[in-house]
Design a protein around this ligand. Structure first.
Ligand code: HEM
Length: 504
């Protein structure tokens, strides 16, 4: 499709009206307590009229144990997903809605100007971004999650493509082996999934939001949202490794909240040249990043790297740059049955690190990773995209630190007696506070890169050697991101002496 026809389609995008009477919302705000996790604990069920879909999701890990074909057949035998059961869509003409849906892959160009090919437009306000995708209805989000799990179960958890943890490498076993992966998503799932996705402004594919951000519940509803008091709502294959992998992400999102809560106040303090306040916000970011590292270091406690590589990550796959579905996926009956290409679920869709980069003024060199990460924004809830967009509209905090440091230095050299205004702090302590935050972000990236190697690259390298496929080209890109982060320190790298928590 040409850029021009994409732009035309964007203008024609149907606006699905969200019912104003809906009471429970999800992803409608970024809160100081929970940042990008939902402010209210996520819904556990759809309305009773959609019970069969909830039951299928509940049973998914059991259904994957059936003989080849069993899971897909079971899903194809479900009754029609009645969109009218969702109060927010009850007044929609769903047949008309389905006919008007934009192509799925348009999320890379239509989502709030976040495409890699058309970079974010400075004219577009946060309100514009949110207006494009207004619905935060909790039931629509629940339907989106249910349909995403069943779709990925249908594609990746049945037939000869089902992964095994047995060491089949020499035999040439690959998870995407043979005819196991259908290139057509049954209409029964494709149509409601596409419609619900369009209504909330998300791509019709499993996302970080559905896999992690809203896929948990508290064991004790009165106790905090933290590791030890959370479990997953749903799994594909089930088991401790899959569950733990996600819970670590959820816990990291919760631990990141004090850092995310500090970002906009930090930008305000920078605008007001309030160095003392800036130092406090940098300190909050620094300690949140340390807490995030402590949590990531616990990944190996219950998620084994090999089980992750061979089984846990499989259902997260998408249908873009995926050799199992080289053309993409046909959503049966939609978009002229033309295959759509969409990336699968990844931590790169978490808004946390994007937001830290944006607020701390970290810039990365252009390359495939930068374009990819821009595309990943289309997989974030619209309110998170809007939050990022807002951060990016403010002047650089890094420039403000540099300017304040220079002012303080020159005023103290011209006036030995100077203690500056009560808003000032010494130039060195402000720079140190900024650099400490950068150093922790660099450590997080360094630790994360080590996990990406331990959980993916080392195995795909072996496969590449043994069966001539696979690859780990993301490792140099992750290294470059880590190095670029470090390069933003203002006073050298002396504060970066703590070891990598992966090895602690
Ligand atoms: C064992 C755990 C993890 C593994 C194996 C892993 C793997 C990867 C891989 C392979 C990439 C390259 C791009 C892609 O494939 O999407 C990536 C990127 C990324 N991941 Fe992870 N990841 C893990 C945990 C996390 C966690 C806990 C977070 C944060 C919540 C996270 C956030 C990111 C981000 C933001 C990027 C983009 C690169 C950057 O900004 O530095 N990942 N990850």
């Amino acid at each position: 499709m040409t850029a021009r026809s994409q732009a035309t389609n964007t203008q024609k995008r149907p606006k699905v009206q969200c019912s104003a009477t809906t009471k429970q919302l999800l992803f409608n705000q970024v809160t100081p307590d929970r940042a990008f996790l939902p402010a209210q604990d996520p819904l556990l069920r759809l309305p009773p009229g959609l019970q069969a879909y909830e039951d299928a999701l509940q049973e998914l890990p059991k259904l994957t144990l059936g003989s080849p074909g069993f899971l897909r057949q079971t899903l194809q035998d479900l009754p029609c997903f009645d969109l009218q059961q969702l109060p927010a869509l009850a007044s929609c003409d769903t047949a008309q809605l389905l006919q008007q849906l934009p192509p799925a892959c348009q999320c890379y160009t239509a989502a709030a100007g976040t495409s890699s090919s058309s970079s974010s437009s400075p004219q577009q306000s946060t309100a514009d971004v949110l207006r494009s995708f207004p619905s935060c209805d909790a039931q629509l989000w629940r339907a989106y999650m249910v349909l995403a799990f069943l779709t990925h179960g249908f594609l990746w958890c049945d037939g000869p493509g089902v992964p095994s943890v047995l060491p089949h490498l020499l035999a040439g076993f690959l998870w995407c082996d043979g005819p196991g992966v259908p290139s057509v998503l049954t209409q029964l799932l494709a149509q409601p999934f596409a419609a619900v996705s369009a209504a909330i402004g998300m791509p019709p594919v499993l996302t970080y939001a559905t896999y992690n951000l809203m896929n948990w519940r508290r064991l004790d509803p009165a106790a905090p949202l933290e590791l030890g008091n959370i479990c997953c709502q749903h799994n594909f294959f089930g088991g401790m490794d899959e569950e733990w992998f996600r819970l670590i992400h959820v816990a990291i999102e919760a631990a990141a909240a004090p850092a995310i809560a500090a970002l906009q106040p930090l930008q305000q303090a920078a605008l007001q040249h309030d160095a003392a306040a800036m130092e406090l916000h940098f300190a909050a970011i620094t300690s949140a990043l340390q807490a995030m590292q402590e949590l990531l270091a616990r990944m190996g406690e219950r998620c084994d790297p090999y089980v992750y590589y061979k089984r846990v990550r499989v259902p997260m796959s998408g249908w873009r740059n995926n050799e199992a579905l080289p053309q993409g996926l046909v959503y049966e009956g939609l978009w002229g049955n033309q295959p759509q290409q969409l990336y699968g679920e990844t931590g790169a869709q978490s808004t946390v690190v994007h937001a830290l980069d944006a607020a701390l003024g970290i810039q990365h060199t252009k390359g495939w990773m930068q374009a990819y990460l821009t595309d990943m924004r289309a997989h974030m809830p619209p309110s998170h995209r809007a939050f990022l967009h807002q951060l990016e509209q403010e002047p650089s905090v890094r420039d403000a630190v540099q300017a304040l440091a220079q002012t303080t230095t020159s005023s103290s050299s011209s006036n030995n007696n100077s203690s500056g205004s009560n808003k000032s702090s010494s130039s060195s302590s402000l720079v140190e506070a900024y650099d400490a935050a950068i150093a922790e972000l660099e450590r997080f990236r360094s630790q994360h890169r080590a996990f990406a190697i331990a959980y993916i690259a080392q195995w795909s390298k072996k496969e590449a050697k043994e069966v001539g496929t696979g690859g780990s080209d993301f490792v140099p890109a992750l290294s470059a991101y880590k190095d670029a982060t470090a390069a933003h320190k203002l006073a050298g790298s002396s504060s970066s002496s703590r070891g990598c928590p992966l090895h602690s």
